[in-house]
Design a protein around this ligand. Structure first.
Ligand code: SF4
Ligand code: SF4
Length: 458
């Protein structure tokens, strides 16, 4: 009797409603509409009939077959998505699959890029600080029981101190083994000192990826990414990329008004390098963002994209569209820490050059007692507490919240809220996602067809 009664409920009576995180755009040249669901991470075409059924959930039965189809893609839901996001954020802020350390062996740099957010100080990490880092990593692995130690070499320019990277890597790799944890590393470098010997050493130190910035092809790159005191850098970096590289290299293109036309040629160059060398190299564009340091140095003006980088941001984010995330970045997780060359701990790597924003030291901070051993508690808690942007009025009502997670916490704290650059162009975003997903589907189908053909021929 009860089950009979249940099947008579409408979908709306059963709790189904249209997701608050749907964005839609008419598909050019067709009769259907693309809907992206930002919570679930889906993007698919919908016919007029499907759209109609979605609009009459208070009339159709909860057993209508369309319900399962729409629910699978997250475009209709029967739960409170905002509450789910809140729980996701809280879990992500304290979860500890990895212990992540961003280590700066030096804050010195051999380049002088006009948009750089860092003040550069000469100097190298001392042996005492290196000892403190190993002990800190030990405490963090012990306290968290994390399964992986994840290191990012950062600076300044970390390859000005390759000896520190080599010796500290060996100690940290041994430590991970003692804790029965995995180990992986990456490096953010300008690529100038990435000679074949250094690349080999990094490979032995389990560096799995490197991020290198090129601002365009030769002249365009040299115009902004030049040596401190002047001098081109492009040819030497490209020469380094031609040698065998035992890790993946991601070429970051800082896009600004002066080099926006370089996106195509630079991507072509990267593809060509990958093909000719067999190295794993990929390209991604990133809009240059405002930075206090660069502003103070008076060099930023005129470099920002005129429309705040909406199209570049769409290209960048369509590639990594994967549904709701709990955090904007690792700075909001308790087990991710940045360490400058003096052993000061920071939540955000944009702050590694600002000791006044440090929350403690590698020597003293104890993750088993994180609040008592922090020397500046606010510098720790304000990042962690921003992991949950839901209390923020504007974010709470914002359709972009699942993918934006409230934006960069450093900018919120010290500059201004940094919304997704394509906030006002949702249709362009949806269509870019739609094209991307169609492309991936076509590539998958082609690969499957090839495999089938090979099996038939065998
Ligand atoms: S807080 Fe912002 S600047 Fe700092 S690491 Fe996170 S995203 Fe980067
Ligand atoms: S930072 Fe801006 S785009 Fe992001 S969720 Fe908040 S209001 Fe939306």
């Amino acid at each position: 009797m009860d089950s009979e009664k249940q099947t008579q409920r409408t979908a709306a009576e059963a709790g189904w409603h249209v997701s608050r995180y749907n964005l839609s755009a008419p598909i050019p040249g067709g009769n259907s509409v693309a809907i992206a669901n930002l919570y679930k991470g889906s993007c698919a075409p919908y016919s007029s009939l499907e759209l109609y059924l979605m609009s009459v959930l208070d009339e159709i039965s909860e057993d209508h077959p369309i319900i399962v189809r729409l629910a699978k893609r997250g475009v209709i839901v029967n739960f409170d998505e905002l509450a789910a996001l809140q729980t996701l954020s809280r879990g992500s802020a304290t979860g500890f699959r990895d212990v992540g350390l961003t280590i700066c062996p030096t804050l010195g740099c051999n380049f002088d890029c006009p948009y750089c957010f860092e003040n550069h100080f000469a100097g190298r990490m001392s042996e005492e600080v290196q000892d403190d880092i190993v002990k800190l990593a030990d405490r963090m692995l012990e306290a968290s029981a994390a399964r992986k130690l994840s290191i990012t070499w950062f600076g300044g320019e970390p390859l000005l101190a390759p000896d520190i990277i080599e010796s500290l890597s060996k100690r940290l790799m041994e430590l991970a083994e003692i804790h029965n944890a995995g180990y992986r590393a990456g490096i953010i470098t300008n690529g100038y000192n990435l000679t074949p010997d250094i690349a080999r050493m990094l490979g032995e130190c389990k560096v799995e990826y490197a991020q290198i910035t090129l601002d365009g092809v030769r002249e365009a790159h040299n115009a902004t990414r030049h040596l401190a005191g002047g001098g081109p850098t492009f040819d030497r970096i490209v020469e380094n990329l031609r040698a065998p590289l035992p890790f993946h290299v991601s070429i970051r293109h800082n896009v600004h008004e002066g080099n926006r036309d370089q996106m195509e040629p630079l991507k072509a160059l990267v593809d060509q390098l990958a093909e000719e060398t067999g190295n794993s190299i990929s390209y991604y564009p990133a809009p240059v963002a405002a930075s206090t340091v660069a502003d103070e140095r008076g060099k930023q003006v005129g470099l920002l994209c005129d429309d705040n980088g909406a199209d570049v941001g769409i290209t960048q984010d369509a590639d990594r569209f994967n549904g709701a995330r709990g955090l904007y970045c690792g700075a909001q997780n308790m087990w991710v820490v940045g360490i400058d060359d003096k052993g000061n701990l920071q939540k955000c790597w944009e702050a590694v050059d600002k000791p006044e924003l440090s929350f403690g030291t590698a020597h003293d901070w104890d993750p088993l007692n994180p609040l008592e051993t922090a020397s500046n508690l606010d510098n720790l808690t304000q990042y962690i507490n921003l992991a949950n942007p839901v209390p923020d009025d504007e974010c709470r009502d914002c359709v972009w919240l699942p993918v934006c997670a409230g934006g960069c916490p450093y900018k919120r704290l010290y500059e201004e809220r940094k919304c997704v650059p394509y906030k006002d162009t949702p249709e362009a975003y949806v269509l870019a996602l739609f094209a991307k997903i169609a492309q991936q589907k076509a590539a998958k189908e082609a690969a499957e067809a090839r495999k089938k053909q090979e099996q038939e021929q065998a």
